[in-house]
Design a binder for this molecule. Structure first.
Ligand code: HEM
Ligand SMILES: CC(=O)Cn1cnc2ccccc21
Length: 290
């Protein structure tokens, strides 16, 4: 059965906006991380990895239990590099001890996306810290060396459509790959910390060459210094995915709308929020300055 959301008692929009603001101010303050990319992309990746262990067949994994806090999950080789995001969030968790880990990890991704000029992401609290025995086994996160068919099958475990899969992967407009983390090397030049549809524009406009990188893994590189993972490239090799790549390359608003919906579904998969009220939509720091 689905996990029933149990919001932190007595906490409302203002309380969670305070957590949002603490994360957003720390993001602004610590802007030198990873060659001045900042922590935003890493926090978005953490919010995806804590949710990406979900399996709709037995409702195991997913963001509900905050089990990333256990070594068993944090030490999954697929999570290499996310220690930075976890360390970033430690003082936030200490300042707001009442928030569950699952709510903190997902709220941090929402905060980072909105502060990087992404769409407004409605967010609901109610994840509850589970035991280490509930932490999913390693190996549930995807393999970047595969093709479009693998990606479709992989996300079938979450119940995502082709359109939702393409929209979600648009988050690869953010940050970069790091050879020491994943065995893929991204260019410093092209890495960004602003949420746009350029992942799709680059996929279609660059001429991609399949090359072996210094770790011996194949990746697609362009003469402008951009890179794509084989799974990224699979989105234009597969005709059914490609039409959504073209849609989002032409229409950033459509991308923002579809990304927002798919990202909320990713973060909320496996949880019954029906007993809760409306989702919260947080103000960005800029919207509060005025
Ligand atoms: C087929 C599915 C996916 C694969 C195989 C994949 C693979 C990867 C790999 C290998 C990296 C580089 C990690 C590193 O070396 O530091 C990465 C980074 C990243 N991924 Fe994905 N990813 C997938 C889906 C997603 C989704 C669904 C999201 C979010 C909605 C996402 C967000 C990110 C972000 C923001 C980064 C940059 C992190 C940073 O700069 O520290 N990815 N991904
Ligand atoms: C800037 C760049 O390489 C865009 N990009 C293309 N694929 C990516 C996967 C993870 C992070 C960034 C990615």
């Amino acid at each position: 059965a689905l996990h029933l959301a149990q919001a932190e008692d007595g906490k409302g929009l203002d309380d969670f906006q305070k957590v949002y603001n603490a994360i957003a101010e720390k993001l602004r303050d610590e802007d030198e991380f990873d060659g001045y990319i900042g922590y935003g992309p890493n926090l978005v990746r953490l919010s995806w990895h804590v949710s990406g262990t979900f399996d709709k067949n037995d409702n195991s994994g997913g963001s509900f239990g905050g089990t990333y806090r256990f070594k068993k999950e944090a030490d999954d080789p697929a999570n290499k590099g996310l220690q930075n995001a976890a360390r970033f969030l430690e003082p936030i968790a200490k300042k707001f001890p009442w928030i569950s880990h699952g709510d903190l990890y997902t709220l941090a991704g929402v905060t980072a996306l909105q502060e990087m000029q992404g769409p407004k992401i409605p967010w609901r609290p109610g994840r509850v810290d589970a035991d280490e025995k509930d932490a999913p086994e390693n190996g549930r996160l995807p393999d970047a060396s595969k093709d479009g068919n693998y990606v479709r099958h992989y996300f079938g475990r979450f119940g995502f459509s082709d359109q939702e899969i393409v929209a979600l992967l648009g988050a690869h407009c953010l940050g970069k790959t790091h050879l020491e983390n994943s065995g893929y090397e991204g260019p410093w030049g092209a890495a960004t910390n602003t949420f746009t549809n350029e992942f799709f524009v680059n996929l279609l406009n660059e001429n991609w060459k399949l090359e072996k990188n210094d770790a011996g893994n194949e990746q697609y590189n362009s003469n402008k210094g951009y890179m794509m993972l084989p799974t990224d490239y699979g989105l234009i090799q597969d005709g059914k995915f490609k039409k959504y790549v073209e849609k989002y390359a032409k229409d950033q608003d459509a991308f923002f709308e579809d990304f927002k919906s798919a990202y909320v579904k990713l973060l909320e998969n496996g949880i019954d929020f029906s007993k809760l009220g409306k989702a919260y939509v947080f103000k960005t720091l800029d919207e509060q300055d005025s």
